[in-house]
Design a protein around this ligand. Structure first.
Ligand SMILES: *[C@@H]1O[C@H](CO)[C@@H](O)[C@H](O)[C@H]1NC(C)=O
Ligand SMILES: *[C@@H]1O[C@H](CO)[C@@H](O)[C@H](O)[C@H]1NC(C)=O
Ligand SMILES: *[C@@H]1O[C@H](CO)[C@@H](O)[C@H](O)[C@H]1NC(C)=O
Ligand SMILES: *[C@@H]1O[C@H](CO)[C@@H](O)[C@H](O)[C@H]1NC(C)=O
Length: 533
């Protein structure tokens, strides 16, 4: 039983090995039930002992198939995993996890496929000797609807994360944590969230380090630049469209959260007019408060935090397969025209000149008659670069260039995919890093091989060392090879798979393509875009 600011909470102890246990607290409230489109409020507290034995509801969201909703607005809870040895733990580093799911889906206790949920923190806590905290935050319409002004400022989900981090800062010492050593880490939309937290002026001194796995605030899908257009679209779907904006907002405020949540689902209208990226609409906004300016202008706030970031080698494959299904079909025919069409969809804001210049960069090494697999892999590479890899490289550079003392680390995760039935050229798919970091090869050993346990051990070692010392190579856990820091003048990165050796450190990740998107492409003039009515 631990005393927190709201009252006492009782966890449960799980045996991990001889003399080793993990105390698990599930469903600890970090804020009150939030008002609709309001910032989270402090929890009023409770008397007696709160039995923290079960996960609480996820925040209201559409299901994976988008046919209905699940979850509740009473969802601002977190879960805590505290490793214990022979004596009571104290002064442990703390790692706070932000889940991914396109700002639309997900929960602190997501998908239990075999045994525990994917984000169960027991293995990571036990093997890395860190406290793991997993938190809920609002998503979809309830988390991110915005008018782009004070009427509905948006970013409610980011404020929830901020409230959770503040709660951790105020209370984690009672669980044995060191408040000066808090790291936030996340994947995909959770990684972009960690990046937004790092850029916000509200985070000063709140935590110490950040890990972004496959997403940063600069990712083109992470920021909604036209929130009012989206709000009007959602209003139309729930019957709240009015020519007077204030009347429309009054109607939205009175509407049922379930209907509003369904109205925020992704519309896959066949044939899809653009690229799947354009469908990810509910996202953080520049609100003049949590995010005072465009993320690219906020890196001076990030300079105080140590930063580790990387991508999976085929993070974009999932998206590429939706945009051009032929890449995954054995006899599918992916043509140059298809590839140019995809580029046109991604680079709409720059018009035809961008398509030609990007095509010439990506086809430069093809030779005269490229194999179909080469063209298909190029499609996946384009989406990986555009959606994930290049924005991550820019964020790493801006961080390293602004830092005075804080450290920067870059990685590329390229373990062979475990997803059956994909073409041979597919490498590490989006989200495949998580099973290793959360130690699934140890907790469900029968569905993994020894090489997967090697990789899980390496990732847990680097990640928890970083949380402990700010340097992934220094700390309690031995690592296979030192991981050099990324600086203003040198850009090393570690390639992460089951065979890490000296040759796993390389320099200037995909420099040719990073240079194209950051120099040539960004200098092309923008063309006028028609907006949705
Ligand atoms: C973080 O923890 C390490 C190891 O316990 C400790 O040496 C370091 O001083 C801590 N950092 C701060 C700022 O307390
Ligand atoms: C530091 O960050 C700012 C944005 O806050 C950016 O404009 C600037 O280029 C960065 N400084 C360096 C030296 O890169
Ligand atoms: C692939 O598409 C091109 C262009 O449409 C066509 O010329 C070619 O015959 C197609 N190949 C196959 C195997 O379908
Ligand atoms: C960071 O600084 C290096 C060295 O001065 C420079 O080459 C690079 O373009 C800078 N990156 C960004 C994003 O400003």
């Amino acid at each position: 039983v631990v005393q927190t600011e709201g009252g006492r909470v009782e966890g449960r102890s799980h045996r991990m090995g001889l003399f080793r246990t993990v105390d698990v607290f599930k469903g600890v409230p970090f804020a009150d039930v939030p008002g609709k489109w309001e910032k989270p409020k402090p929890h009023p507290g409770w008397s007696g002992v709160l039995k923290a034995h079960e996960y609480r509801d996820r925040c209201l969201q559409v299901t994976l198939l988008q046919t209905k909703t699940q979850g509740s607005d009473d969802c601002l809870y977190l879960n805590i995993f505290v490793p214990q040895g022979l004596k009571q733990s104290s002064g442990l580093p703390v790692m706070v996890y932000l889940f991914g799911g396109a700002f639309l889906l997900g929960a602190s206790n997501d998908v239990a496929i075999l045994g525990d949920s994917l984000y169960d923190g027991k293995e990571l806590a036990d093997r890395g000797d860190v406290i793991v905290v997993t938190v809920n935050y609002r998503v979809g319409t309830m988390g991110f609807l915005s008018t782009g002004d004070a009427r509905l400022p948006g970013n409610y989900g980011l404020w929830d994360q901020h409230a959770a981090l503040s709660w951790v800062r105020r209370n984690i010492a009672a669980f044995g944590g060191n408040v000066e050593n808090i790291t936030i880490f996340g994947q995909s939309a959770g990684a972009a969230s960690a990046s937004f937290q790092m850029l916000s002026p509200h985070s000063r001194g709140l935590f110490r380090r950040v890990i972004s796995q496959c997403g940063v605030a600069l990712s083109p899908w992470a920021l909604q630049k036209n929130p009012m257009v989206l709000t009007k679209k959602i209003a139309r779907k729930v019957g709240c469209w009015r020519s007077d904006e204030d009347e429309m907002l009054a109607c939205l405020r009175m509407s049922d959260p379930v209907g509003l949540t369904m109205a925020g689902k992704i519309d896959f209208k066949p044939p899809c007019a653009g690229v799947v990226m354009d469908l990810l609409e509910l996202a953080p906004v520049v609100d003049g408060d949590f995010l005072p300016e465009e993320p690219g202008r906020l890196f001076h706030h990030a300079a105080q935090f140590d930063f580790m970031a990387g991508v999976n080698s085929m993070d974009g494959h999932l998206f590429a397969g939706v945009d051009l299904p032929s890449i995954n079909q054995k006899n599918g025919n992916t043509t140059v025209q298809d590839l140019k069409g995809l580029l046109a969809g991604l680079t709409k804001e720059k018009g035809a000149a961008a398509v030609d210049s990007a095509y010439s960069v990506y086809s430069a090494h093809w030779g005269s008659a490229p194999e179909p697999a080469v063209v298909k892999k190029t499609v996946a590479d384009i989406e990986t670069d555009f959606l994930f890899l290049v924005p991550t490289q820019i964020a790493l550079q801006l961080h390293a260039n602004n830092s005075s003392g804080a450290r920067t680390y870059s990685y590329l995760f390229n373990m062979e995919t475990r997803i059956p039935g994909l073409p041979r050229w597919v490498e590490a798919e989006h989200a495949e890093d998580l099973q290793y970091l959360f130690g699934k090869p140890f907790s469900t050993p029968l569905v993994y091989f020894p090489r997967h346990r090697d990789l899980a051990g390496y990732m847990i070692a680097y990640w928890t060392n970083f949380a402990r010392t700010g340097d992934p190579s220094q700390g309690n856990s031995r690592v296979p090879v030192p991981w050099p820091a990324f600086t203003k003048h040198r850009q090393p990165y570690l390639t992460i798979n089951h065979q890490i050796s000296k040759t796993s450190v390389s320099y200037d990740l995909r420099a040719e393509y990073v240079s194209y998107w950051t120099r040539t492409y960004s200098r092309l003039p923008s063309v006028r875009r028609e907006e949705d009515p």
